[in-house]
Design a protein around this ligand. Structure first.
Ligand SMILES: [Zn+2]
Length: 231
């Protein structure tokens, strides 16, 4: 599962981010309802329900080659997906507040896109993934200021990235920052993403693996919240 076998980004159908939809192109046939979160690993499932559920779960990876999807299916079948991700990314980043997130994104912007329009707000948003089926949002609100039309840029990042490793946060931050200059998910857009983060495609793939894990297990792999004090 390395970057060299990933498809060229402009051939992909469902990129992450603003205005995009991570939609499921395999119809759900009720597998989730029948096959509860508790019946994973698959040995305890009816095989047909398991296959249906697996197809549903791989919805985040539909744009990737069959060979790669088969490898992911293998990891899921062996119940190794979570461990694989945690081995690759051992620790969460610890950026917990919107203020800290703003500073992180602003530092990235200062480093790579100093000339681009300013970003007025950056925040974690718990509603993004549920409501918009996206992981990040970039909004440009046009306002007349001093007789000129000025766009105010805001970036919202799905709150699942609050409890995630730094490379995942960097991927989505790079993605949303790239929209300051490139509106479409086209060749120029991904070129800009890769300039800011050379491992961009690998990271986007790994984020999709994590979404797959969340669908299966329902629990986050990284939790930066300190453990509550025992009484
Ligand atoms: Zn986008």
């Amino acid at each position: 599962m390395n970057q060299s076998v990933l498809p060229w980004p402009w051939q992909r159908r469902s990129p992450i981010g603003a205005g995009t939809t991570l939609s499921c192109d395999v119809g759900c046939i009720g597998c989730i309802g029948r096959c509860s979160q508790l019946c994973f690993p698959p040995a305890r499932c009816h095989p047909l329900w398991y296959i249906a559920r697996l197809m549903h779960t791989l919805k985040y990876l539909t744009a990737y080659p069959e060979q790669l999807r088969t490898q992911v299916s293998g990891l899921i079948a062996q119940d190794r997906l979570g461990d694989t991700l945690r081995q690759r990314y051992p620790a969460p980043h610890g950026i917990r507040t919107d203020r800290a997130l703003y500073d992180y994104v602003q530092d990235l912007k200062d480093e790579y896109l100093r000339q681009a329009a300013p970003v007025s707000k950056v925040a974690f948003d718990s509603k993004i993934q549920v409501v918009q089926h996206a992981l990040g949002l970039h909004t440009a609100i046009s306002r007349v200021q001093g007789g000129r039309l000025k766009a105010k840029h805001e970036i919202r990042i799905a709150s699942l990235f609050r409890d995630a490793p730094l490379p995942f946060l960097r991927m989505i931050a790079v993605h949303e920052l790239a929209h300051l200059k490139e509106k479409e998910h086209d060749k120029a857009f991904y070129k800009l993403c890769c300039w800011m983060e050379p491992a961009y495609h690998q990271l986007e793939f790994d984020v999709r693996l994590y979404l797959t894990w969340l669908d299966l297990a329902g629990a986050r792999l990284w939790n930066a919240e300190p453990a509550p004090l025992s009484r």
